[in-house]
Unconditional design. Structure first.
Length: 254
């Protein structure tokens, strides 16, 4: 099977180019177009060979080639070509080239290099230009934005959760590390602040240890946990505490 088993055909263009063709001329012209497409735009064949291919008398083929198809096909030194087929093949090849380049870019992204001085992984893209996908022209997502310290903090967070709940489902540490990076770069929180507040939340037996189970949860509830941490006496009391307090008030008043 040829690499391109089909080719585009514009009926309006075909009808406009072939108003004077006979039924035989249409048949021969379409057959030659098919063979040109399958042979990369050129067909080396004599009149005798062409007549055998078409199962027709060589005089009929010679007449059609000289009279009806002379303006549609270029036939020199036994080589047949067609301008429209050549153009369509060029378009198909360019489209295939772009598709291969796009596939290679998706499945084989540029390797990330490690900056020893900053201890931070960065994608090897042009620093002066935002990386963009060649086909869609949209910015590519950076794959290596978080630092080694972010990843280590994420691993320590999971270790703490696993100690409290052995068998805790392992998370995607890269996603966690990127969330920690966002807290540092956007929310302006230090790594130590992130560690301390996550540890505090997971040592709180009343509420936060059931809520803060990831960096995303910590970031979403950061301000609430800070208020709770700074005002421990103002925490809402549980049902048992309220019941004990009601009993004490009842007996003290009697």
């Amino acid at each position: 099977m040829p690499r391109r088993p089909w080719y585009p055909k514009n009926p309006s263009d075909y009808v406009a180019d072939t108003p004077l063709l006979s039924l035989e001329g249409h048949g021969l012209y379409n057959l030659i177009l098919d063979y040109l497409w399958m042979n990369d735009g050129s067909l080396t064949m004599s009149i005798a060979e062409l007549s055998r291919l078409c199962r027709a008398h060589h005089r009929s083929i010679d007449r059609l080639m000289r009279k009806e198809l002379a303006t549609l096909l270029d036939y020199k030194d036994g080589v047949i070509t067609n301008r429209r087929v050549t153009q369509e093949l060029a378009r198909a090849k360019e489209k295939s080239r772009k598709a291969r380049a796009s596939a290679n870019q998706r499945h084989h992204p540029k390797p990330c290099e490690k900056d020893a001085n900053a201890s931070q992984t960065q994608c090897a893209d042009d620093a002066n230009q935002e990386p963009r996908d060649q086909e869609t022209k949209r910015p590519r997502v950076r794959r290596c934005a978080y630092t080694d310290e972010d990843y280590l903090t994420a691993a320590d967070m999971f270790k703490l959760l696993d100690q409290m709940n052995p068998g805790h489902k392992p998370p995607n540490l890269e996603t966690w590390a990127n969330e920690i990076r966002l807290m540092r770069e956007i929310d302006k929180k230090s790594d130590q602040e992130i560690r301390d507040l996550f540890e505090y939340a997971n040592n709180d037996r009343r509420f936060w240890r059931k809520t803060i189970l990831s960096p995303e949860g910590l970031r979403r509830n950061w301000d609430k946990v800070i208020v709770d941490k700074n005002n421990p006496k103002e925490r809402p009391k549980g049902k048992q505490a309220r019941a004990r307090e009601a009993i004490r008030e009842r007996f003290s008043g009697s």
